[in-house]
Design a protein around this ligand. Structure first.
Ligand SMILES: [Fe+2]
Length: 494
């Protein structure tokens, strides 16, 4: 009898495993989840946003959206935006929907998914630009993690940033979101950074680890993680390595460069930057890019960086760029104002009380300041003391954040003032400490009228320029090595 009951129990257990297993398998199929949700700038920041997300099975692309003031826990009555921009990317499905017609200065609540399958993301929020000249944002760089744990640790940096600047209206990410650009890494990034990505708008820049033809032939990955307005998609192949785009926010214009497009930086992108910046009458002009022109990290003397410096320093001077936010070197660096690859002389400073705080402002300085907010992640490098001249001389402050913590930066723009503060989130205690700050006060009455240009931005028109650029940039790079780095190295021997 005992044997029989044991057998009955064994049969029942087998049935439970078989049916339980099949129930689990069925529910796994049914729980195709919406993941990798992002909202990014795409068009007019006061009225438009680009949504992007993934599913493992094919599904439609729908966004339900309503003003947060009207959201009471249900999307009944929400506006629905749909698109057929759905494509398979590395065995999963990428969905992109661009939403326009939004009201300025308004917080919206949304979810993304497939209406027909009732498959939805969690609810997210963002605010539209109200168009006035006062706003603030967070900047981070080079998370570049390769494990769930390291992404989780890097997420402590963004949590620290959100606690420090809760009124931030968007997040700039200077690239290298991931290390090896695998599906797992992107999943870990979006899972751990949802804490920020689901409550803000992103301005992402393509890093060399984020999908780059020279990095394990990972093509069109960055462009498939965010819905960005990509100029000249039809006539250019620049999206293969990343995306360049721009947006206005308040009284500032931001150009986000693709520094993977750079052997040498394509004439199309250079022309686009000139056209884009020349047409803007914004009070402030900012550039966001991954590879840095000024930095004291390990990459600064490499041929790709030198080629890019030769190309871009001149352009930034011509376009009166105020600030350049860059990454790639995983060290903290801030330059003094530079112009023509030289330190600007005679910058004066004025100390004023701003909202109860004594702040020292560079007073209407000429030139451009370059800043790298080290890394929000855990891969931190040392300072390169042999950086090409005049980078050392142009350095206002540098710091290796090794064994310290993740770094983030806050920027407050308020009319004629910009205030940047940089912080570390201690690895052990999560304590937040200020490591650097810089502020500019600008005489806006001296602003020049825009002088729009109409340079060709398609590849076909620029073929001759591409060929001559390659030759001249290689010669320029060799000149930098022979005329600048070699004498510097020889001096170092004595
Ligand atoms: Fe990088």
């Amino acid at each position: 009898m005992k044997k029989l009951s044991k057998r009955i129990l064994a049969v029942l257990l087998c049935l439970a495993v078989v049916f339980g297993g099949s129930v689990m398998a069925t529910s796994a199929e049914e729980t195709d989840a919406v993941k990798r949700v992002s909202v990014s700038f795409n068009g007019d920041a006061t009225s438009s946003r680009g949504f992007c997300w993934y599913t493992t099975e094919y599904s439609d692309a729908d966004v339900q959206i309503m003003k947060s003031a009207d959201y009471k826990g249900s999307f009944a009555g929400a506006a629905v935006y749909s698109s057929d921009n759905i494509y398979q990317h590395r065995d999963q499905y990428c969905h992109k929907v661009t939403v326009d017609g939004l009201e300025p200065g308004t917080e919206y609540t949304y979810r993304v998914g497939d209406k027909s399958r009732d498959l939805w993301s969690e609810a997210g929020t963002f605010v539209t630009d109200d168009g006035d000249d006062s706003f603030s944002f967070i900047t981070i760089a080079d998370v570049q993690a390769s494990s769930d744990e390291n992404f989780a640790q890097a997420a402590n940096t963004i949590k620290g940033a959100m606690a420090t600047l809760p009124e931030s209206e968007f997040t700039v990410n200077l690239g290298d979101f991931v290390n090896d650009c695998t599906n797992d890494e992107w999943d870990w990034y979006f899972k751990n950074f949802a804490v920020n990505n689901m409550v803000t708008t992103l301005a992402p820049a393509a890093g060399n680890h984020d999908g780059n033809i020279t990095n394990k032939l990972n093509i069109n990955v960055f462009n498939s993680m965010f819905n960005l307005s990509n100029p000249n998609t039809e006539s250019n192949v620049n999206w293969v390595n990343g995306v360049y785009y721009s947006y206005d926010y308040g009284n500032a214009h931001f150009a986000v460069l693709n520094t993977n497009d750079m052997y040498p930086m394509s004439q199309s992108q250079r022309n686009w930057l000139v056209n884009d910046m020349s047409a803007s009458d914004a009070d402030w002009k900012f550039v966001i890019m991954h590879r840095a022109l000024y930095s004291q990290g390990k990459n600064i003397n490499k041929p790709d960086t030198i080629i890019m410096r030769n190309v871009l320093i001149e352009l930034f001077d011509e376009l009166d760029i105020d600030l350049v936010y860059a990454g790639h070197d995983h060290v903290y660096y801030r330059s003094v104002p530079v112009k023509g690859d030289e330190v600007v002389d005679g910058v004066t400073y004025v100390t004023e009380n701003y909202k109860g705080e004594e702040i020292t402002f560079a007073n209407n300085p000429d030139g451009t300041v370059h800043i790298l907010p080290s890394t929000a992640g855990t891969k931190r490098y040392g300072i390169n003391e042999d950086a090409i001249d005049p980078i050392g001389e142009a350095c206002a402050f540098h710091l290796s954040t090794r064994d310290m913590g993740g770094c983030f930066m806050t920027t407050v723009v308020d009319g004629d003032k910009v205030i940047i503060k940089s912080y570390l989130v201690d690895d052990e205690t999560q304590e937040i400490s200020l490591i650097d700050q810089y502020a500019i006060k600008k005489d806006l009455s001296q602003k020049e009228e825009p002088a729009p240009t109409d340079l060709p931005t398609d590849n076909v028109s620029n073929i001759a320029a591409y060929v001559s650029n390659i030759v001249s940039e290689i010669i320029g790079m060799l000149y930098s090595y022979i005329a600048v780095l070699l004498p510097q190295a020889i001096r170092g021997l004595f």
